[in-house]
Every structure is written in C-alpha cells, then in structure tokens.
Design a binder for this molecule. Structure first.
Ligand SMILES: CC(=O)[C@@H](O)[C@H](O)COP(=O)(O)O
Ligand SMILES: NCC(=O)COP(=O)(O)O
Length: 241
C-alpha cells in the first residue's frame, strides 16, 4: 500500500488569517510525523497565501521523514529550491486567483522551458515529480522530459459524485499509473482525497505515495476542539488540566 505524505499548508492558512505565529507548521510537521506521516508536503505559493519561505527553511532542518516542496516552475521558485534542497520537488500549475490547484500541469505546452527546469533541479540532486492529470499524452511527455515521478491529480475523481463517474475516474488513474510505471516513472497521487474516498486510490497497484492535506487538517480541527476548549477553561481558572 502507498505511504502518506501529509500536506500541512492549511495549518499555515489558519496562521496567515491573523498573520500571527500560531499555529506553526513546523510544530504541525513534528506532530504529523509522530502520527505516522511518511513525508511532509508544503506548497510555497507565489502569492505566499499560506506557507512562507521561513517555514520551508525551518522544515528543511526539522523534518525527519522527507520534505516534498510543491512549487510553480518559475525562476524565483527554482532559486529557492536550489538553496533549500528539499528531498523532492513537485512542480504544479498555479493561478493566483484560484482557490486551490485546479488541474494538472500541461507538460506538452511547457516544452523546453519545463524540461530545462526539471533538468536543472535533477542535476542539483533533487528528484522532480510532475503534478499531472491521468492523461496518456501528459504521462508520455513527463517520461520524455525525464522526470523521476509523476503525481496523478485526483481532484476530478474526488469531485465526482455519481458512482459511474467515480469508477471511470478511478479507471483513468489506474491506467495512468500502469502506463507511467511501464515508462519508468514512479507514481504518487493527491488532491481532494478524503477519509471517504481514499481507499480505492490506495489500492491502485504501483501507487507509491498519497499526498493528503485539507481533509486531515479539517479533521484535526474538529477532533482537537474539545480538548482545546477544556484547556482554555483551565487557563481562565488558573488550574491545571
Ligand atoms: C498541488 C496540490 O494539489 C496541493 O498541494 C494544493 O495545491 C494545496 O495547496 P492549495 O490548497 O493552496 O491549493
Ligand atoms: N498534492 C496534493 C496535496 O498535497 C494535498 O492536497 P489536498 O489534500 O489538500 O487537496
């Protein structure tokens, strides 16, 4: 079965809502690892809406599993990645006005420029993963530019509510994984996965790692709330929990 990369972006989303120091994604990464995370994923967006440069620098020093840095294939991000040296990089498409990543990278349209980014990062010893839709041409193009991994975008699968639509999407992901592995690519998947839809994706043969964030942070906020309120009552009363 695949390993779990925990995406902690939305710990930083809560912090940035107040632009304060809590909750700290660096502390969240420690707790995620204690809970069994096999890797930590952060997306350093160009608009810095959640994760900040400081977070990635500190996480590089504190993460004990592996650090997966998601980023756009821009000059600025490549310079940061070369300095910080994450364990691997996932190149993702980015539009500033989007609520979240809306689809996979277009490797074919990215052409030589994208190929050069992959080469620059991999020549510096950082394996590159390409976040793509489960589309045969995009998978072939990812192999052509010699990325080490792809991450199959599971957003369409996650958003399909009709049973037959979800089955078709799962089939595309399964076929995509098989095609990629035949071409020598390693395969991860993620986006929009939840406690309710993850198992069929985890059962896809050859799937290495699932990157999951929003549903885990959402659940953490709820399952931790009762304890947090109890602790505040003690703080007000000056008593010990
Ligand atoms: C690339 C991807 O699927 C996720 O990392 C996602 O981008 C998380 O960050 P946002 O919630 O800012 O989109
Ligand atoms: N690449 C996908 C990821 O890191 C987590 O996405 P989500 O679970 O927050 O939708």
């Amino acid at each position: 079965m695949p390993t779990l990369g925990v995406n902690i972006d939305h710990i930083a989303t809560i912090r940035q809502a107040r632009k304060t120091v809590e909750p700290d994604p660096v502390a969240a990464a420690v707790l995620a690892e204690l809970g069994g995370a096999d890797g930590i994923t952060v997306h350093l967006r160009e608009d810095r809406r959640h994760i900040q440069d400081r977070d990635v620098r500190l996480l590089r020093q504190t993460v004990r599993t592996h650090l997966n840095l998601e980023m756009a294939a821009t000059e600025e991000m490549v310079a940061i990645a070369l300095e910080i040296q994450p364990d691997y990089i996932t190149l993702v498409p980015e539009r500033r006005e989007e609520v979240t990543t809306e689809g996979g990278l277009d490797i074919i349209a990215g052409g030589e420029r994208l190929a050069n980014v992959v080469q620059t990062l991999q020549n510096a010893g950082i394996p590159v993963s390409l976040f793509i839709d489960p589309n045969p041409d995009q998978i072939q193009a990812s192999a052509d530019i010699k990325a080490k991994f792809i991450e199959l975008h599971t957003g369409t699968y996650a958003e399909s509510h009709q049973e037959n639509e979800q089955r078709d999407q799962l089939h595309l992901l399964t076929q995509g994984c098989e095609q990629a592995r035949t071409l020598g690519l390693r395969v991860n998947a993620g986006h929009g996965l939840t406690y309710w839809n993850v198992y069929p994706v985890a059962c896809i043969p050859g799937m290495e790692e699932l990157n999951i964030g929003h549903t885990i942070i959402s659940r953490a906020a709820l399952v931790g709330l009762e304890r947090a309120v109890r602790e505040m009552k003690h703080a007000i009363l000056g008593t010990t929990p």
